[in-house]
Design a binder for this molecule. Sequence first.
Ligand SMILES: Cc1cc2nc3c(=O)[nH]c(=O)nc-3n(C[C@H](O)[C@H](O)[C@H](O)COP(=O)(O)OP(=O)(O)OC[C@H]3O[C@@H](n4cnc5c(N)ncnc54)[C@H](O)[C@@H]3O)c2cc1C
Length: 506
Amino acid sequence: MSYHVVWFKRDLRLHDHAALAAAAQHGPVLCLYVIEPGLWAQPDMSARHYDFLLTSLRALDAELVQHGLRLQVVRGEMLDVLERLFAHKPFISLNAHEETGNGWTFARDRAVARWCRERGVQWQEYPQFGVVRRLKSRDHWQAAWETHVAEAQVSVPPLTGIPLPWPERRVPTAAALGLPADPISRPQVGGRTAGLAVLDEFLSARAGQYRGGISSPLSAPTACSRLSPYLAYGCLSLREIVQATRAQLAALPAGDRRRKGLSAFMSRLYWHCHFIQKLESQPDLEFLNLHRGYDDLREDEWNEAHFTALRCGQTGWPLVDACVVMLRETGWLNFRMRAMLVSVAAYPLWLHWREVGLWLAQQFVDYEPGIHWSQMQMQAGTTGINTTRVYNPIKQAQDHDPHGHFVRTWLPALRRVPDSWLFEPWRMPAYVQARCGVIVGRDIPLPMVDLEAATREAKAGLHARRARPDVRAEVAGIVARHGSRQRPLRRKSRSPATVSQLELGL
Ligand SMILES: Cc1cc2nc3c(=O)[nH]c(=O)nc-3n(C[C@H](O)[C@H](O)[C@H](O)COP(=O)(O)OP(=O)(O)OC[C@H]3O[C@@H](n4cnc5c(N)ncnc54)[C@H](O)[C@@H]3O)c2cc1C
């Protein structure tokens, strides 16, 4: 009996799964997940991703059991697995979602497509986000997104399963894949059931905190939806989240606080795909400046000491260091604090976004290459189409952690520092340091650079580059390719600054 392979990747659910539904219409299916050592050896991958993945795979397997099937988890490189499977038991088609992953998965998918062509296997990929493959123009992208999210959700079809033709070894541990241990003390739990519970809790209650609550690192952990890892691993479909949000918006009475929160949340779900589309349309933005006019700006000046201080939460700027510790302990940070970390890295510490981005990608459980690399470049100022966003960590602390609760939670060494010195402890007079028992340089680090002067110098360097005629000349082309069309372009003011404003909302 011939059959169809459904290759699960970052779509770890049965509900609203186009590839599974299509394959199951044509006959028995083999539900395959391949743990690829080559992927896990990439510098953006980490044990915390793997832990979330394993819980999500277990949950997917449990779902399949309810339909009388098992998830077939195989360790190996994809082409080897396909070859072996085909040799044992030829199959008719290979079905998967369209993945906008990192450079490694992009190359692997091309190799898989070639393999299928050579073996006469039908290779079918299905979109799972509002991201358009081989997009010709951004002009009608918003309409395409709307169409995607409005389509009916596909329910789980009747399934007949095919097992693997060989007994598979146990699922490898993170250590067996060479991933250094990276425990999180407060992890988000993977899997669809957990994701649905988070969605339900957000829509029914926490959405009321969204507006006004998502910027402060104190309120953000409960005010934000916390759906990012479930979207990144596909435990929930984007479409079902959008539709559930719209249904809740329609059901809530006017004036309900949650309505504003849900409207703001909806725009983030749109941005989700807007940013992934950038990587889909230009895969090299993971490695190269989106605007090549910014090449050689930070590339030749790598400062390892600055990077080590940042990664270790030892910059001496309390809010920055507290964010690094929280990220290490939980695998998550809110948008504003992520942007602030990158801003500090890119401006006063003058670090290139690529190395910083690899470190952060490993830290974020919700690592989504399309959002991540587009945001890294946007915050570092190398897209050419965004206004420079520089977040001053002292001002951010004053605005979003005015009483120092967040900083003191994650940096116990600062607990005895008086409020008035908390955000700039290096300015504490010696007698205050002695009195509170916190000596700068001994108990807490001294910042490596003068924040204001270093930021000023960095901005000047970036702006000088931005003003070069050859750099300005490239901007329109980048806007045409990647810029949001959500707001109409006003013809008269097509200067780079206005173009940047266009992108500001996105
Ligand atoms: C440097 C940097 C790197 C980032 N890397 C990632 C990443 O790897 N994965 C990731 O999911 N998000 C990333 N973000 C975007 C954002 O910070 C996270 O999506 C958000 O903090 C996740 O928490 P949440 O699900 O509670 O967000 P919510 O505010 O509840 O948003 C809901 C969903 O909308 C999407 N979203 C929210 N904000 C943005 C945004 N600014 N751009 C694009 N999509 C957005 C996400 O899918 C998110 O899950 C990054 C932001 C920055 C500044």
